[in-house]
Structure formats: C-alpha cells, structure tokens
Design a protein around this ligand. Structure first.
Ligand SMILES: NC(=O)c1ccc[n+]([C@@H]2O[C@H](COP(=O)([O-])OP(=O)(O)OC[C@H]3O[C@@H](n4cnc5c(N)ncnc54)[C@H](OP(=O)(O)O)[C@@H]3O)[C@@H](O)[C@H]2O)c1
Length: 337
C-alpha cells in the first residue's frame, strides 16, 4: 500500500481539524481507497519549517509538542522544506491575504513545481492566481484543488468538475458569508447591530475587527472565486459591486419581518450578453418565500442557473472546522485517485 507524505503549511484551526480528520478516517482511506499517509512537514511563521521524512506522530503534533524546525532553509524556505519532507501533497492553510494572495501562491506554486499535489482552503490564490496554478498543475501532471475555499466542505467545485461536465453557468445567487448571516439572524431575535457583532465575536465566528465580514469583503472574495473558476472568467474583487450590512438598524429588521421580508447579504454573478461577468454583493430584502430567506445562522446557500439545469440549489447547514477539513480530505482522495 502506498503511503503519501503530507505537508501542512498553516497549523491553525483548519490545519489541526484536517489532521484530526485524517486520523479519524485513516482506516477508511486504507480500506476503501487503498492508501495510507504520514505527516512529514508542518510549518507556520511561529513554528518555522519542521520536516521529518520518516513521519511525525499526529497525536504529538495535536498536543502541541512540535520538534525543532530546520536550522538552515536558505533563500527559498518553502522549497527547502518541501524537498526535505519529500512532499507528495502540500496542504496550504495559511491566513488569507485578500490583496495579493501571497505568500500562499508562492507556496502552492513551489509544491507543484516540485511534483506535489497542492490543496488549499485559502481563497487568495484562487482570486489572484487560479489560471496560473491550474495550468502549472496540468504541466506537472499534478492536481491543484480548493474545495474548502467556498462553503467549506460542500461540493461546489467538484460538482461542476465531476458531476456536471460541460454545464455552463448563466447566473448564481447565494448567501456565502456566515458571519453576516449570523448577525442578521440575531438581529431578528431582537439584538441591535453592535450587540449581534459582539455576540458573533464572543462565539468565535467574527474577528476582533469585523469589517472583512460586515463590509462584504469576504463575500466579495468568494463571489470572485466562484465566478473565476466556475464561469472560467478571471474577475478581480474590485470589479464586484460591493456593500455590506453596516448601518442596518434593529427597527428596519423588525419592520421588514412584519412585511414578510428578511434582510440578507446576497451575492450574485451573471454573464451579460457581451459575455462579461457582472457580480454584486449587497444587502437585499428578500421575501420569506425566497429559498435564501430560509438560510439562518451560520448556514449558507448557493443557487445556480445553468444552460442545462434551469435551477440547482445547494444548502450547507451549520458548518464547523470539521466541515472545512472534510473539503480538504475530499480533495486529497480525488487528487490521488
Ligand atoms: N476557519 C474556517 O472555518 C475556514 C473555512 C474556509 C476557509 N478557511 C481558510 O483557511 C485558512 C486557514 O484558516 P484558519 O481558520 O486555520 O486560520 P488560523 O487559525 O488563523 O491559522 C492560520 C495558520 O496559518 C499560519 N500562517 C499565517 N500566515 C502565514 C504565513 N505567511 N506563512 C506561514 N504560515 C502562516 C498561522 O501560523 P503563524 O501565526 O504561526 O504563522 C496559522 O498556523 C485561511 O486562509 C482561511 O481563510 C478557513
């Protein structure tokens, strides 16, 4: 049975959840998919570049007992590290840099150049370098996979790649940012905007500075990623018409409800007659009979209109770190088969 060397770059919530899931699913991977794995590299800014070609013990890593990093990594540390770890697969789960996608793009690029599969939950590389990385992977006969970048583990990219070949998306519409959806849900329950934001921060779904979510930036990056990949049309986040939910009052939320509407941060993208993509993120009052109105809390939804299936809707209920980890695991299995 082949044992693959896996390297984890970024060992935060997602990296750790992935390692826990790999351990949980080890027997399934062996019995059903015929392969085993070992972790030969772990890296982050604080941890440095840890490489162990004979494998690291997952439980020890999860307890936070990490061996010393490489002492000399030269001018291109990620290359030296992947080389030393004899990586077959890189999981790139470092923090999002929405402006440039770096250094994650460099990490993924280096892995592909060295002949490893490159798998990520980081949206930056999709938005800023999807076509380059896709072509590089093809050139090296490896896979570049990113299922967890949008709607966590829900199969969106693989749906169009594998289950709906040659289907062409005319338009999509959805709720893609769980933090704002949670805030809006709590405002319906009677909290004002600031209290709902504080609650989202207290349960760990909003950051100390919530502006990436409440001003619509995260949703914009996700719309850009979906349009770029699924509509095969490079789109810059700056081309997305964007507004957020800041300024919405509790009174307005209650008034809308009384009239049979709900406020939602709605993402849309469509191809116009000239073939260009027009994309928008903005708050809308949606009717309670609209499928988008049924999405509460941290759940999300996307509805696709295609040239062959007039309408197809995917809803993801209550995702957690394991959901994101599952998207990465599914990518691993799909990359290796
Ligand atoms: N959390 C989710 O549910 C979720 C869902 C979908 C996608 N994602 C995406 O998954 C990625 C990871 O998210 P997370 O929740 O695990 O974040 P996190 O808990 O903050 O962990 C980020 C990890 O990346 C490392 N890191 C950050 N910048 C780095 C750099 N320049 N070089 C090397 N390591 C770096 C951090 O460690 P140091 O500080 O030591 O460098 C840390 O280990 C992000 O891109 C995020 O957008 C997350």
């Amino acid at each position: 049975m082949k044992t693959y060397n896996l390297c984890l770059l970024g060992f935060g919530n997602v990296g750790k959840a992935l390692l826990r899931l790999l351990v949980e699913k080890r027997a399934t991977l062996r019995d059903r998919y015929g392969f085993d794995w070992q972790i030969t590299g772990v890296a982050s800014r604080r941890l440095g570049w840890i490489a162990a070609p004979d494998g690291l013990d997952p439980e020890t890593l999860l307890r936070g007992e990490l061996p010393a990093p490489m002492a000399d990594t030269g001018a291109d540390p990620v290359r030296a590290w992947l080389d030393r770890a004899r990586a077959d697969v890189l999981f790139e789960n470092s923090s999002l840099n929405a402006q440039t996608g770096q250094p994650a793009i460099h990490h993924l690029r280096t892995a592909l150049e060295l002949g490893a599969h490159a798998i990520t939950a980081n949206k930056g590389p999709i938005v800023h370098a999807y076509h380059d990385l896709r072509d590089l992977a093809l050139q090296h006969g490896k896979r570049f996979m990113f299922e967890s970048t949008v709607m966590d583990g829900a199969p969106i990219f693989s749906l169009f790649r594998d289950a709906l070949p040659a289907a062409s998306i005319v338009r999509f519409r959805g709720i893609l940012n769980s933090t704002t959806n949670y805030i809006l849900t709590r405002m319906e329950a009677g909290l004002d905007f600031d209290a709902a934001v504080r609650e989202a921060q207290a349960i760990g779904i909003a950051e100390t500075d919530p502006s990436a979510d409440v001003d619509g930036w995260d949703a914009t990056v996700k719309v850009t990623a979906l349009a770029t990949v699924l509509m095969d049309s490079p789109l810059d986040p700056a081309q997305v018409e964007r507004s957020g939910i800041r300024g919405l009052t509790g009174e307005a939320v209650q008034e809308a409800l009384a009239q049979g509407f709900r406020y939602k941060l709605v993402c849309t993208a469509e191809r116009d007659e000239a073939g260009s993509i027009r994309a928008r993120v903005g708050m809308e009052k949606v009717s309670l009979t609209d499928p988008l109105a049924s999405v509460m809390g941290t759940s999300s939804l996307v509805h696709f209109e295609t040239d062959v299936l007039p309408g197809l809707t995917l809803t993801e209920h209550n995702p957690g770190p394991k959901t994101t980890a599952y998207g990465l695991l599914a990518d691993l299995i799909n990359a290796l088969r």
